[in-house]
Design a protein around this ligand. Structure first.
Ligand code: GLY
Ligand code: MN
Ligand code: MN
Length: 427
């Protein structure tokens, strides 16, 4: 869990980046309609959550910077017996006062009146510029005469790049649940089942382990379906002799995990599947082993492309010389995506990849990123030896950058051919 003092530290650190005579404001997420008058389960805005840990809607956090003085103000929903009967308990102002380490608490109903008072002596505003949130738009109207308006989000997202010990603990917990889900998928008998049934087994494991939800829609793609990178229909049968690409991770206590494993439907890799799988696995292991502070992600990307290109030439998937293949970016046909991304409160954590001078940010201790090379060969690609057609493989782990290297946070999930076949032999 993240302590209230850690949330306060984050707010103080953000306010430090704002000049004197400025006001900062960020709002909770708006509820999302599912259809007509029903809603998706409410999930807090990630930046708002990062600063407060508060999960209720109709909330706002305000920073007031006067000369070298900071005041933080939280707006919360008022207690309302009738509304709480329908939508659940609210914390209320009194409880909020004892929980949050902010200077003042007010009711959301009073936001406009209070905000008008707050901005009287202010010159610049930090808010969610361009946001679709209704309240964020209203704030912009109220401050239309301000000379300087800044987006508050990049400041927060930059802070989210380096994870604290408590955050790393939460990512570990999220991965622990996802580990159980992938092992369940590996160890059950998949004969005669459909992709959605395997998806249900995975998500069942998320739910019974108290994960709020999946961190993104699970991909359960058998055979050629794996060659659609964002395949989420999951409606095809699991075919004996084919591979299943499973990209699934839960969200637990607001932290995501993002794991891909590619496993045989019948528990045994064929010769061609082994050859392709080994290439992706060796590439992934090599790239992970390169992770340490000061290394750049684009370097990892280039190395992955080189290793995959070399391997694909050896397997007869790419023709011609290595030099020419690299020059012509021939790998792109079979490995078209990035090597990985930041992960945290969001599965694709919106922390920056470039610094203020537009230079790439190198890896630093406390960053967490995915490493996910893959090879995808369409069933109709006649330029490739037949045995490899219709196979899509990705292997993805979540990696913490440490003081002098890395820790694979998802190393507990079976990944070698031997480990996967051993777990699969249980059915
Ligand atoms: N699951 C989404 C991704 O791997 O980026
Ligand atoms: Mn990913
Ligand atoms: Mn993924």
């Amino acid at each position: 869990m993240i302590s209230e003092s850690e949330f306060k530290k984050r707010r103080d650190s953000l306010a430090n980046k704002m000049p004197n005579s400025s006001v900062g404001v960020i709002f909770s997420a708006e509820p999302a309609t599912r259809s007509n008058d029903t809603h998706h389960p409410y999930r807090q805005d990630s930046n708002f959550y990062y600063l407060t840990g508060f999960k209720e809607e109709n909330s706002a956090l305000v920073f007031l910077k006067t000369k070298n003085e900071l005041k933080t103000v939280l707006f919360v929903q008022k207690k309302d017996k009738t509304l709480e009967l329908w939508s659940g308990e609210r914390l209320g102002a009194k409880e909020a006062k004892s929980r949050f380490l902010v200077d003042e608490i007010y009711l959301s109903d009073d936001f406009k009146k209070k905000f008008k008072e707050f901005i009287k002596d202010k010159k610049s505003i930090f808010c969610e510029l361009g946001s679709k949130k209704r309240e964020a738009k209203k704030v912009l109207k109220l401050t239309k005469d301000f000379k300087t308006k800044h987006d508050i989000r990049p400041l927060i997202q930059k802070m989210r790049l380096i994870k604290s010990a408590a955050e790393i603990g939460l990512i570990r917990e999220s991965i622990e649940i996802t580990t159980k889900a992938h092992h369940r998928a590996m160890s059950i008998d998949k004969k005669g089942k459909f992709e959605y049934q395997l998806q249900a087994e995975i998500e069942h494991e998320f739910k019974i382990n108290a994960a709020y939800s999946d961190a993104y829609t699970s991909i359960v793609a058998c055979g050629n379906s794996a060659n659609t990178l964002h395949y989420i229909k999951n409606d095809k049968p699991l075919v004996d002799g084919e591979l299943i690409l499973i990209d699934a991770g839960c969200e637990h206590n607001y932290y995501a995990s993002d794991i891909t494993r590619t496993i045989p439907v019948n528990g045994k890799f064929t010769k061609a599947q082994r050859e392709l799988y080994s290439l992706v696995l060796e590439t992934q292991l090599k790239i992970i082993s390169m992770i340490k502070p000061h290394v750049k992600r684009t370097h990892l990307q280039e190395c992955a492309e080189r290793l995959l290109t070399k391997g694909m030439i050896e397997l007869g998937i790419l023709k011609g010389s290595y030099k020419k293949a690299i020059k012509l970016l021939k790998h792109k046909k079979y490995y078209p995506h990035g090597i990985g991304h930041w992960i945290g409160i969001d599965v694709h954590d919106p922390a920056p990849y470039k610094d203020d001078k537009h230079q790439e940010i190198a890896l630093q201790k406390g960053m967490v990123l995915t490493i996910e090379p893959g090879i995808y060969i369409d069933k109709d690609d006649k330029s490739v030896p037949e045995a490899y057609r219709g196979i899509g493989i990705r292997i993805e782990d979540d990696i913490l950058v440490t003081k002098d290297g890395y820790e694979n946070l998802s190393s507990g999930i079976a990944k070698s051919i031997e480990e996967i076949e051993a777990i699969s032999s249980k059915f």
